[in-house]
Design a protein around this ligand. Structure first.
Ligand SMILES: [Zn+2]
Length: 148
């Protein structure tokens, strides 16, 4: 499954020439709505055959990029399910589809050569500098260990 998700993300990046989830959402006709959502960071809903992502407007830009990438994973991989992403239970790997959405986000946001830029730094340090949560960094490392 990891391999399949990586291939889907690689094809999207190649086709649309961007890793930016805002640009991809636009190209993929995903409707994006930013509104206050309380303790929910984001959610994906399938409404009248439309793919709709809600993002909590109170998040900062870097947080929105992470949440949007995750929700975009649901839109691409689980288009008919509805999913919530809770703010305080950040990126929990509780279910299969949540893990798959995180794999999608990690492949979208982390290019294979990112780690070359940071030789000698710890993963925690790279996570801080790139504003990418450790969970996603670890998923990316898993994938690179599998495929190289
Ligand atoms: Zn989710």
């Amino acid at each position: 499954m990891h391999n399949k998700i990586k291939n889907i993300v690689t094809a999207l990046i190649k086709k649309y020439d961007t890793r930016n989830p805002y640009e991809l959402a636009d190209f993929l006709d995903v409707i994006l709505i930013e509104i206050p959502l309380g303790s929910i960071a984001g959610m994906y809903k399938y409404i009248n055959r439309n793919k709709v992502i809600f993002i909590n407007s109170s998040l900062n830009y870097n947080e929105k990029i992470i949440v949007l990438s995750h929700e975009l994973g649901h839109a691409m991989l689980h288009s008919k399910d509805n999913c919530y992403f809770m703010k305080n239970k950040t990126l929990m790997l509780c279910s299969k589809i949540e893990r798959q959405a995180n794999i999608f986000a990690s492949e979208l946001l982390i290019p294979d050569n990112l780690f070359n830029k940071y030789v000698g730094l710890s993963l925690e340090e790279i996570s801080k500098r790139e504003y990418i949560p450790m969970e996603l960094i670890k998923l990316k490392i898993d994938s690179m260990l599998k495929f190289f």
